[in-house]
Ligand binder design. Sequence first.
Ligand SMILES: NC(=O)C1=CN([C@@H]2O[C@H](COP(=O)(O)OP(=O)(O)OC[C@H]3O[C@@H](n4cnc5c(N)ncnc54)[C@H](O)[C@@H]3O)[C@@H](O)[C@H]2O)[C@@H](O)CC1
Ligand SMILES: [K+]
Length: 495
Amino acid sequence: MDILTPRQMQRADALAIAGGTSGLALMERAGTAVADVAARRPLATRIAVLCGPGNNGGDGFVAARVLTQRGYRVALGLLGSPDALRGDAAAMAERWRGEVIPAARVDLASADVVIDALFGAGLARDLDGEAAALVAALNAARKPVLAVDLPSGIDGTSGQVRGVAVRAEETVTFFRRKPGHLLLPGRIHSGRVRVADIGIPEAVLGDIDARTFVDEPELWRDAFPIPRIDGHKYERGHALVVSGWLETSGAARLAARACLRAGAGLVTVACPPDALPVHAANLSAIMVRRGGEAGEIARLLEDSRFNALVIGPGAGVGKETRAKLQCAAGRRLVIDADALTSYAGEPEALAQLIALGDAAILTPHDGEFSRLFRGKAEVIQPPSKLDRARAAARLTGGVIVLKGADSVIASPDGRAAIAANAPPWLATAGAGDVLSGICGGLLAQSMPAFEAACAAVWLHGAAAREAGPGLVADDLVEALRPVYRRIYEERGATE
Ligand SMILES: NC(=O)C1=CN([C@@H]2O[C@H](COP(=O)(O)OP(=O)(O)OC[C@H]3O[C@@H](n4cnc5c(N)ncnc54)[C@H](O)[C@@H]3O)[C@@H](O)[C@H]2O)[C@@H](O)CC1
Ligand SMILES: [K+]
């Protein structure tokens, strides 16, 4: 499913209006959708509606009218003067027959539900003064809040709080979700997000070319590798997972197991001599080879069947890790953790290496990201995580997975996806190693890098949900099985 920034949404509105739907009709449907959601709440009879000075407030006037017609007791408060309302919002205010009181005077304590129609897509700066005080009072009232389009104070493009922001229990947005509903902290402020159809034709998307998506199976399902009955394991690739010294070798084992579980035909762990017996004792389906130095990795890679390499988990930061990665130039690469930090402040060097191959996935968390792109203001400064990940992908030529509860996957070609399925218990030691292993397993099977990264992040979240609370990283590898089964079943591939 596409995601539209507020600016793209404005364009969608404008295209719909140019196509013959009036702005007033869109607003009528938007406000009615909000009223419908408010009306679903059991035992809520008294509703407070807080309207702002723009069209978000216009939606609030519609919702107030519709709810009054349905028998609710509605108190409507306006931020600013009624004379300042313009266009469609002014027209909807005209149609409201009830009283309009200053927003600060609305008795929030006696409301069962509060509709937040203060600011939506048009939020242009940090909230301050009266608006900020109103939002703070609303949050302090601890009432169930239903936000119109966006919780007021949340930037729809970046998900950031502009000064202060409403904490909603539910948000009704229109046509498509916005990045601010999915990126933190906007996702937390939005609560449950419902998307209402307000009659904008799907065809407008063709003119908008949003290129931002929710990370869901529909985004990558067609490229997902399903083994064929007449297939062979050698067709599913051979991944090499580079391990560090004994003390940190568990990370490579997790990555290797996840890589094999994700469907790679064969997986080999290359490690320094001290880690050999431990890997060998703990791995059975996975092969173990000596590869503590770059020269040894280069010799292993003389076997051209190694088509993918996973490097970073427990690899150690420094020249040796860089040298090992250098040997794998031209292969399909997953570059994680220590391997990313080995290029701190020198992403161009990484870009040169990535340019020699056809697929690279980089999986930094925020700390690794800031180290790798140290000094690159255009990459680390944008307030939106989407913009940061896109800039990083452009600079390196690799697919970036900027990890977190709201992981963003960005391709150098401009496409990006936001993941929304990671449960809180996924934040556990070793989970990142498993993710890089899944990426490696999918790359080994020739899945295109952006789709592979999106699939890996989604599978990682789905496996964590499957395993449930109390999860440790080893469980993730096991929990991939039922998730794979469901995907295969959807494709009719379990016969
Ligand atoms: N035809 C359309 O464009 C439609 C718009 N819709 C609604 O309209 C909203 C967008 O309307 P607008 O573009 O008018 O924007 P908003 O209503 O979100 O806000 C714009 C108003 O808030 C003021 N403002 C912005 N930031 C402020 C700040 N920090 N402090 C104080 N005042 C601030 C602006 O000066 C302007 O008056 C959407 O979120 C949606 O709810 C829907 O009715 C569907 C149709
Ligand atoms: K709002």
